[in-house]
Ligand binder design. Sequence first.
Ligand code: KG4
Length: 338
Amino acid sequence: MSDVILGIESSCDDTSAAVVRDGVLLSNVIASQSVHEAYGGVVPELASRAHQSNVVPVVHEALRQAGVSKEDLSAIAFTRGPGLLGSLLVGVSFAKGLAIALGIPTIDVNHLHAHALAQFIRTEPDTDVPEFPFLCLLVSGGNSQIILVKSPFDMEILGQTIDDAAGEAFDKCAKVMGLPYPGGPHIDRLASEGDPKAFRFAKPHIPNLDYSFSGLKTSFLYTLRDALRTDPDFIEKRKADLAASLQRTIIEILLDKLKLAYEQHPTAHLAIGGGVSANSGVREAVARFCSQRGIKAWIPERRFTTDNAAMVATAARFKYLKNQFCPLSLPPFARVSL
Ligand code: KG4
């Protein structure tokens, strides 16, 4: 029998709703919140309020684009966490309310699982998907993890950041360069015009598979501070070189640990996900890393790299097929867990 799942994502600053029928994506609507631009970062309370205004029109639009009515839905899936608690509460409460009204079950989805399973989003029936187990490099504004994805229900975090996420390193360094928020895409664009070897920034020396980006951020700041003492136009003159060198260093840090993870868990397939996986340099470096080792690389379409409900509905379907529904009493959670 046919199944139609509505997914809702509200963990950070994107309100998204998507509809998946029999595992095929029918719609994926994302309302990005511009209210944070003035602050150079996400303001949690403003994010919750924007989700409240966005969630009804976004869900309506997702259903309209999919050509299905509320009564056609088999289940409603929502991101339970990790994320901003206030933001999560909006999506979780809305999903439960709608499910009660329609008399259908709810499915809770872990945001990290959804990113790790984003390669299973199908826009057409019977397209290829990754083989389990596979390694997933998950890099976004809030997460930097290497995950061993053993099955849709069994994932192990092999390493994760002990301070900033990779996206934060992009965004914070971009901010001090005077670039708009989020800075990652601006660094990506500028980097293509600069010399990646122009500057050397600090890299962490952590023996295990964990990441750290705060030392890089500090060394980037010191470079700017020292140069600005003698040349107030330094950033303007060298912004492409600064961006290219920053991007190269972030990629080296990411790839060094990915290499170690692969040595310990030589899987035949490897995926990347999260907002930073939209970065041209990261995509190229991972594709090269995989082709040199004969690994099948799964590089997501850019629209599925940042937070989206298509991945939530897709991840939920694995649970739907096993009748794994959640009780209405289930609360959201803020902190990283698998
Ligand atoms: O997955 P995502 O939408 O959600 C959060 O975890 O917030 O990721 C957003 C992050 C931001 O830090 C943004 O700067 C980064 O992804 N990002 C990029 C690029 N596109 C988005 N970073 C580097 N290069 C890009 N092209």
